[in-house]
Design a protein. Structure first.
Length: 522
């Protein structure tokens, strides 16, 4: 047997220690190091600056079919190659790049208009009392006995697990891109790729109005917070955004738009009403989201910050924050009162298609093309949990929101029911002798318990829609799956929960929308 020596090993051409293998490994490691340093390069986000920088380094300013985001990626690649050839550190690009970075930061915080300044002041005055009220209620909830919390959870989750298919309705000639319940839970708005917005009476699914005004696919639909409640039907009750780059304001008494908001340079994907009803946010493929004044129909703010298309936008219920999600797989939380970024949601590996604030005010759910839902906590500035939600894109995420109006309607419906088993039994137990005073005391106690249960229900669960054809309902405290609902389509593009907790709607790629309800309603 020949002795195993270092010379024998080196002579073996297949051994990893050979010169060729070392060279190959070195090339791979150098490329990984280059990519790592490329991520730290300071490059401009403005497309004109990107073109100017490419011209300076002798590269073509644009290639055939190249978009702005692709051009920026090419600039990063070329600069990283130049740095690798020089042997420089990635952060030390050059003096010009450093000056561009400082210019970019100065441009990011450019002075706004007086209208924007007044809007920021108004937003601060509106949001601070709401935040104070929310925090006070959370302190009260913290003192709730554990047994009471367990009982409420069991009761609510038992109702949620009873959701079943109530019916399906053909909604339009093309896919239904978004579904949203009205604040009074009596109507459903659907946006379609045909460019129309339709309003349906639910649960009868009778079409009450067809709103035509867009020249391309409708991407987002949102109700005014007081629509169908106290808002004047002739005023702005609905907003929609579409592929024609426009936003349309709609009333409930006209089938033509009240006003058309122009400004975006590319397709509008999602729209959202501020809780005050005085502002609207829109997300667009032009890599920006914008803030609009409802009363004047004017643009207040053009906000950049994403390297690719912005797909989703949503307001916090306090009204102080807004979150945006983009096809760059990054989410950002913005402080409307200052214009600064409050938190960066960096963790998804594919595009963010949906973003939703929890009613508790500090948690955010994001649905992504990587088939997961991530839960973020703004208090700790990190991701709390990752839910492997669907086997294909997570298209929409919606928390259940309960408010005082929906609570009153729920209490009224319970009181009007022919069987008042719970209250009747409690009255008999509390007042076996038939004394009226005990009945009154117990009525107050029962209503207080119902109110306590209703407030705890808000934000306790949320629904998600996936391109795998399923709608799923999740608990929002331990992130467990409560119910899986199958639809009649391969892609579920949108989902929403009514505020009275009685209905769930989904919009699908095959032009249908479905309604789901608990079995006792079926």
């Amino acid at each position: 047997m020949s002795e195993l020596t270092l010379d024998n090993l080196i002579d073996d051409g297949n051994y990893l220690g050979s010169e060729r293998a070392r060279q190959e490994n070195k090339v791979i490691l150098d490329e990984l190091e280059r990519k790592k340093k490329a991520r730290t390069l300071a490059v401009p986000t403005d497309d004109n600056r990107v073109k100017a920088r490419l011209r300076e380094i002798g590269e073509p300013i644009t290639l055939f079919g190249e978009r702005a985001a692709d051009r920026r990626d090419r600039l990063i690649y070329v600069l990283s190659q130049i740095n690798a050839a020089r042997g420089d550190d990635a952060m030390a690009v050059d003096d010009d790049s450093s000056s561009e970075s400082s210019d970019e930061e100065e441009e990011f915080y450019t002075p706004g208009s007086m209208e924007l300044l007044e809007a920021r002041r108004h937003l601060a005055e509106y949001s601070l009392p709401r935040a104070q009220k929310r925090v006070a209620q959370q302190r009260i909830d913290c003192k709730m006995p554990l047994k009471r919390i367990i009982d409420i959870r069991k009761k609510i989750f038992a109702e949620v697990k009873k959701f079943g298919n109530l019916g399906s309705q053909i909604g339009d000639e093309r896919p239904i891109s978004q579904v949203r319940f009205s604040p009074n839970s009596e109507f459903l708005a659907t946006g379609s790729w045909s460019g129309t917005v339709k309003i349906w009476s639910v649960p009868s699914c009778v079409n009450t109005k067809v709103l035509r005004g867009h020249g391309d696919r409708v991407g987002g639909v949102a109700w005014h917070p007081q629509a169908t409640l106290s808002q004047n039907p002739d005023a702005v009750n609905l907003v929609s955004g579409a592929g024609d780059c426009n936003l349309n304001f709609w009333s409930l008494n006209s089938e033509t738009p009240l006003s058309v908001l122009k400004g975006h340079k590319d397709r509008v994907c999602r729209v959202a009403f501020h809780p005050s009803g005085e502002y609207v946010a829109s997300a667009s493929f032009d890599t920006s989201w914008r803030l609009w004044d409802v009363a004047s129909s004017k643009e207040l703010l053009l906000q950049e910050g994403h390297s690719k298309e912005v797909y989703s936008v949503e307001f916090q219920n306090d009204g102080a924050l807004v979150a945006s999600g983009g096809l760059d797989a990054i989410g950002r939380v913005w402080d409307l009162r200052t214009g600064r970024t409050a938190m960066v949601l960096d963790g998804h590996v594919q595009a963010i298609y949906s973003i939703a604030f929890s009613p508790n005010g500090y948690q955010i759910a994001t649905g992504s093309g990587d088939d997961t839902i991530r839960i973020w906590d703004m208090r700790s500035i990190r991701a709390l949990y990752t839910i492997p939600a669907h086997t294909s894109n997570v298209a929409d995420v919606r928390f259940f929101y309960g408010d005082d109006v929906s609570f009153k309607s729920t209490v009224t419906s319970i009181a009007a029911a022919p069987e008042v088993t719970m209250e009747g039994t409690e009255k008999e137990k509390a007042n076996p002798d038939g004394d009226g005073n005990e009945d009154i005391t117990n009525d107050k106690t029962t209503e207080r318990d119902l109110e306590e249960e209703w407030k705890y229900r808000s934000g306790l669960y949320f629904a998600s829609a996936g391109y795998d054809g399923f709608v799923k309902i999740w608990s929002a405290d331990d992130w467990q799956l409560l119910r899986t609902l199958s639809t009649d389509a391969g892609k579920v593009m949108s989902v929403d929960l009514s505020r009275d907790a009685k209905l769930l709607a989904s919009g699908t790629y095959n032009r249908n929308f479905q309604l789901f309800a608990p079995e006792d309603i079926l």
